[in-house]
Ligand binder design. Structure first.
Ligand SMILES: [Zn+2]
Ligand SMILES: [Zn+2]
Length: 339
């Protein structure tokens, strides 16, 4: 039996252990992917800390997986050996439950598969994936470039393209980290007047390089007032995990504006009078399914949007994970396998 490297977690709070495992066989209806790169996402801490309901161990984390189809199980149509593919958070869907039949594949009721959480993910040389979880990777995008686009990328891209903002309108991106640095690029390439809101005057040059036409320094300026001076935002894409920062920007929404939330702080309170009088919305957005990831990758190939990554070999996973957790990564951390 052929062997492979895998990085597993054996218990809640447990370490990332590099172990040798048998290379898994794809059963009927699945494919095996030879992993070339896997991004480290803050959500991987759910697996490490056992915070996802029903988490079972041992588990291999990783839901920003890029590689090549290496074996195809019986009954799989539409995908072939050697094809470059990515897998993200959404690990597939059934296609027959009520929500799937209504087109809400992300809300599938029977196959709640989350890569690296309900089944083994991409911190390994190989993983097994459902065809409904696969996104084709264009030639112009390398595996290491593709990896973060399969979570951070699709989350910001898909949120913005479903936000209701139209070309030429004012769109603000709150936060300039792993999500925000992609959000600013996407917003600019989608043709929005793009405002970056971040802490620290030193971020302005980067924000403008990424395509922002305006920069608001949130510790010395009032983001809401500054956005109102620009006419009010059609959309504010909130990537931060701090309710105070969200509240400080929310007043910058224009009439019928939408505050799109993709970062979590459960203490957030909303201003009902402001929302009512200006017909505004506060809305969350589920990242996306495999076709949304594929659209994200294609858009990046077309427009040149890229994640800025720090690359670590799989063996250095512990250091890489610590670096991600420290908040000092500029901007996404990616493991490569050498495959
Ligand atoms: Zn993620
Ligand atoms: Zn379903």
């Amino acid at each position: 039996m052929a062997k492979m490297r895998a990085v597993q977690v054996s218990r809640p709070g447990g370490p990332l252990e590099i172990v040798e495992r048998d290379v898994p066989e794809p059963g009927p209806g699945n494919v095996r992917i030879k992993v070339q790169a896997c991004g480290i996402c803050h959500s991987d801490s759910l697996t490490l800390m056992g915070e996802f309901p029903g988490q079972q161990y041992p588990r291999v984390p990783g839901h920003e997986v890029a590689g090549v189809i290496d074996a195809v199980g019986a009954g799989v149509a539409g995908w072939k050996l050697g094809q470059r593919v990515g897998v993200g958070w959404n690990g597939g869907y059934c296609g027959y439950c009520e929500q799937c039949r209504r087109g809400n594949f992300f809300a599938c009721q029977t196959a709640t598969r989350v890569t690296g959480i309900t089944h083994d993910g991409g911190y390994a040389d190989y993983l097994i994936a459902a065809p409904s979880a696969l996104a084709a990777i264009p030639d112009a995008i390398s595996a290491a470039e593709a990896a973060p686009l399969l979570c951070a990328g699709v989350t910001t891209f898909n949120c913005l393209r479903n936000s209701g903002a139209r070309s030429g309108e004012l769109v603000a991106v709150l936060g300039l980290g792993g999500l925000g640095h992609l959000g600013v690029q996407f917003a600019a390439k989608m043709g929005f007047r793009t405002v970056a809101i971040a802490r620290g005057k030193d971020k302005e040059a980067l924000a403008r390089k990424l395509g922002a036409t305006h920069f608001i320094e949130s510790s010395s300026q009032d983001p809401s007032a500054e956005l109102q001076k620009l006419g009010g935002a059609s959309v504010i894409l909130s990537t931060v995990t701090n309710a105070g920062a969200m509240k400080a920007a929310m007043g910058g929404l224009g009439v019928k504006g939408t505050f799109m939330i993709i970062g979590v702080d459960n203490t957030l309170e909303v201003p009902p009078i402001q929302l009512i009088t200006a017909s505004q919305s506060v809305k969350g957005w589920y990242s996306g399914t495999s076709i949304d990831s594929q659209d994200t990758l294609a858009f990046c190939a077309q427009t040149g949007v890229r994640s800025m990554n720090e690359i670590y070999p799989l063996e250095r996973v512990a250091a890489a994970y610590e670096h991600m957790l420290s908040g000092k990564a500029r901007f996404r951390v990616v493991l490569t396998t050498g495959n």
